[in-house]
Structure formats: C-alpha cells, structure tokens
Design a protein around this ligand. Structure first.
Ligand code: HEM
Length: 461
C-alpha cells in the first residue's frame, strides 16, 4: 500500500499498541490535542493506522465527497454487525442514493406536525410518571422517551408497551459495549467473555424483535401511514420502480431505531446536566417555558417561540455532540489537505474535535447558549457539524431537534432536576457520547402550570 508518511503522526505512540491507551482512557482529551499537530494527523491503533481530520473545511470536503470517503473503517465495521450492510447509515455509496430516495419521504417537513403530536404525548407520559423527590436515572428516562417516540412515529407503535422494556435493555447493552468493541481486533471480539456474549445476545434479540414487527406489518398488508409502511410499499421511479428487499427494509428499520433513540436521549441527558450547572440559564428557560406554553406540555405550535430552549439544545449539540466520532474508508487514491491518502486508508472525523477548537469558538469549554443569539457573530461555516453534512447528513436532524426542544420545554415546565450531592458526571463513550450514571432528583416546579397526572404505564412503573 502507498504510504501515509507525509501525514504527521500524533506523539507518544507506544510500540505494538500505538495510541490505544489514550484512545481508550481519555479519547476526548486526546482528540482535542490533535489539531496542534496538523490538519490531518496519523493515529496508530495496534497494527491499524487512522487519519484524523482536524480541520473543518477538510472535514466538509471528506463528507461531501462520499464516493471516495465511503462508509467504512472501524466504527462502521462494528455498526454493520448489527444493522447489516443494507441500512441507510451503513450502506456503501453504491446503494445509498436509492435508499435515501426511498426513505426521505418519511421525513418530509409536512409530516412533522403529526410526528410532533405523537412526541408531545410520549414526552408527557414519561414526565408525568415521575413523583416529587424521585431520583431519576436520567439517561434511562430519556431513552424511554426517545424509543417511545420512535416506535410511535416510525412503526405506528407496533412495539407493544410490554416489549419496549426488553428492547431498551438490548439497545443499552449494544451501545454500552460499542466503543470498546470498536478497538477489539479479531479474534478478541469473538472470545466467549461475558461482555462479548451479552453483546451478541442483545444483537440477535434486537434483530429478532424488529424482524417480527416487519413480518407482522407485511402479513397485515395495511398502510398505516408510517415509515415502515412507506418502506414496504416503496417503488423507486428512478430505478425501474424496484422496491426494497427484505434485507434492506430490516436493516433500515433497525438503523432508524438505533440512530434515532440513543442520540436524542444523550442530547437531552446532557442538556439537563448542563442546565443544573447553570442556574442563570435555567432561570431564563423557566421564564420562557412558563410564558410560551399554554399548558405544561410543549406542542408543535410553541416551537417558533421556544427560542432560548432551541439555543440551549444547539449549544448542547456543540459542547457534547452525541455523534462525536465517525470513520470512513478511502475507496480510491485521493488528496486531502495536500496529502495523498491511498485507497484503503481509514479516516476519522469528529464533530467533538471541531466543536472544541479554540480558534473557531471563544471559550469552547464554556456552556453559552447565547453564542447562538442572532445579534452575536456566528462561528465560521462548517464549524458546527452535529448532524454532519453532504449526502450522508443525518436524515433525522429536524425530527431530532423537534423532539429535543419539545422534551426539554415539557420537562422543565414541570420539573426542576438537580444533581445528587457530590455527583461527578463523566462522559460514557459509546457510539453516542452520553453522560455516565447521571442521577438527578426531580422536584415539582413551584409556580409552574398545574401538572396533569397520569398513571405510569405498566412497562415504566
Ligand atoms: C440529536 C439527535 C441526532 C444526532 C446528533 C444525529 C447525528 C447524526 C450524524 C452525525 C450522522 C452522520 C453519521 C456519519 O457521518 O457517518 C447521522 C446520520 C443518520 N442519522 Fe442521525 N442524529 C440524530 C437523530 C436522528 C434521528 C431522530 C434519526 C431517525 C429517526 C436519525 C437517523 C439517521 C440516519 C438514518 C443516518 C444516516 C443517513 C444517511 O447516511 O443517509 N438520526 N446522524
């Protein structure tokens, strides 16, 4: 293979393992240290070399040239183990445009008001199930919201309440082991360790649950006006009206469920954590939700006036982007930033790294939602990438933003969440960046609009 030697190597590579230690122990600090060494930096992972892109414009170039910088590399090799090769997020360039054409209608802006209605109901159900003084496992609660929303909007609630719990456990197991597995070279990932065994079991059960839903939808043959029905009846006008194969439908459904739940849940977890650390921002948010919401549940109609809520979500996406690191594989010799990247090279891009560059953001470690206020100078283009860009940009960006704004407004209209004494919150590194063991106490808001108390659904009690 041609050489990557012109790309500077990150310092402190150890024999045999390379940079494995800092990548496993403190990957965020490690990523943030790389721009000091160049716009592209070589990182060694045992026998594998990865090229990390540290510059926003070069990141944009790689994302836009998705034929040459195709899905692949250590992250997508692992993602494909679960979602298959035929899902929208993991499929190669050659299959992507057709799949995107067939799935895009489900995310048409005209569908958003209906989705928002279902979102408000699911958010309200979960926020109403808490009681005063309860200690919440915040990430679990947020995953319950996002998976209920995904099931309700994309599969018309085809996941019965009793089945949601086990599916959530499997999703959690899958995400928990993900980051460590990414760096496991074969055959280590096949050893019968308890971690590998539970990961494999969770994978198999998840596929089984979704394949069952698909089979049921097919057998019933009813158009439920949801994503799954759209996929089952899709005919591509640009491709001999060919529909989706069973494998494509199955991989895409699993993809939507995984891509749409953990990311938005992590975002909400971080937003609640950051708010509790910034009482002045929290106070202003309370004032906003109290004046905008007519009841204590945010709806689609409230969105244009929830300006601070949206800025808080945007700033959380900058500071703690759930999609923090992704890989690509180079499919043909190419040049990037003046360096030759031979076909077969693995490339890393990281929204986290770009969002924390001090030359792009003043005080990048500071949580400052007002940096997104219209009267403040905006950061350079392409320096905010929480949903990526180009043809592989997140298909659920508006869906996820809407869900996050509605959830944050509804939760903070009813509850004040505070940390437990002495609690240290660190990031858990999985496929998504989320707060590890974030437990918070729920106190009803004094002066907040009255709460409508509904009994907790059986699967959440
Ligand atoms: C705040 C929430 C979300 C964040 C931060 C996020 C982030 C991202 C990012 C960064 C990518 C690009 C990955 C890459 O470059 O390899 C992506 C792709 C994708 N996301 Fe999201 N996402 C979110 C919510 C959602 C939701 C709600 C859905 C679906 C309901 C979704 C479905 C997808 C899919 C299918 C792709 C692949 C798109 C393609 O390759 O054409 N995401 N997301």
């Amino acid at each position: 293979m041609k050489s990557l030697r012109s790309v500077p190597r990150a310092p402190k590579s150890l024999p045999l393992v390379g940079h494995l230690m800092p990548l496993m122990r403190s990957p965020l600090e490690f990523l943030n240290s790389l721009p000091a060494h160049g716009d592209l930096v070589r990182v060694q992972l045992g026998p594998f070399t990865l090229v990390v892109i540290c510059d926003p414009e070069l990141t944009r170039q790689a994302l836009v040239e998705d034929r040459v910088f195709d899905k692949g590399g250590p992250i997508f090799d692992r993602v494909r183990e679960v979602v298959g090769d035929d899902g929208l997020a993991s499929c190669p360039y050659s299959a992507h445009r057709r799949l995107r054409r067939l799935t895009q209608p489900a995310f048409h802006p005209a569908r958003l008001p209906d989705y928002a209605k279902a979102m408000s109901t699911c958010i309200e159900e979960v926020a109403d199930s808490w009681h005063a003084g309860q200690t919440l496992d915040v990430c679990t609660e947020m995953m319950t919201i996002t998976s209920k929303v995904t099931a309700a909007t994309l599969f018309s609630g085809a996941l019965p309440p009793g089945e949601l719990g086990p599916v959530l456990d499997d999703v959690k197991t899958f995400f928990d082991g993900f980051y460590q597995r990414m760096f496991m070279v074969p055959p280590l990932d096949r050893l019968p360790t308890s971690g590998n065994r539970s990961h494999l079991r969770a994978r198999a059960r998840l596929r089984g649950a979704f394949d069952q839903i698909i089979a049921q939808h097919r057998a019933e043959g009813v158009d439920r006006d949801d994503l799954l029905s759209a996929l089952l009846s899709a005919h591509d006008p640009e491709d001999d009206r060919r529909g989706l194969t069973d494998a494509e439908v199955s991989d895409t459904i699993v993809t939507f469920f995984l891509a749409g739940t953990e990311t938005t849940a992590a975002l909400l977890g971080w937003a609640l954590d950051l708010l509790a650390r910034h009482p002045e921002v929290e106070r202003r948010l309370h004032a906003e939700v109290d004046s905008v919401l007519t009841g204590s549940t945010a709806t689609h109609a409230d969105l244009p006036r929830l300006e601070l809520t949206e800025r808080i979500i945007t700033e959380t996406l900058r500071l703690r982007p759930p999609g923090w690191i992704f890989t690509r594989t180079v499919t043909a010799d190419t040049r990037l930033g003046g360096h030759l990247l031979p076909a077969g090279s693995s490339v890393v891009y990281s929204p986290y790294l770009i969002h924390h560059r001090p030359d792009l953001y003043d005080h990048p470690e500071t949580f400052d939602p007002d940096r997104w206020a219209p009267d403040r100078p905006q950061p350079p283009r392409h320096s905010l990438l929480p949903f990526a860009t180009g043809a592989r940009k997140c298909i659920g960006d508006t869906f996820g933003m809407t869900e996050a704004v509605l959830a944050l407004a509804t939760i903070t209209a009813r509850w004040r969440l505070t940390h437990l004494p002495g609690q240290q919150v660190r990031p858990a590194l999985g496929l998504a960046l989320r707060p590890r063991r974030l437990h918070m106490r729920a106190t009803p808001r004094v002066g907040a609009p009255p709460q409508r108390c509904a009994p907790a659904p059986a699967d959440l009690a």
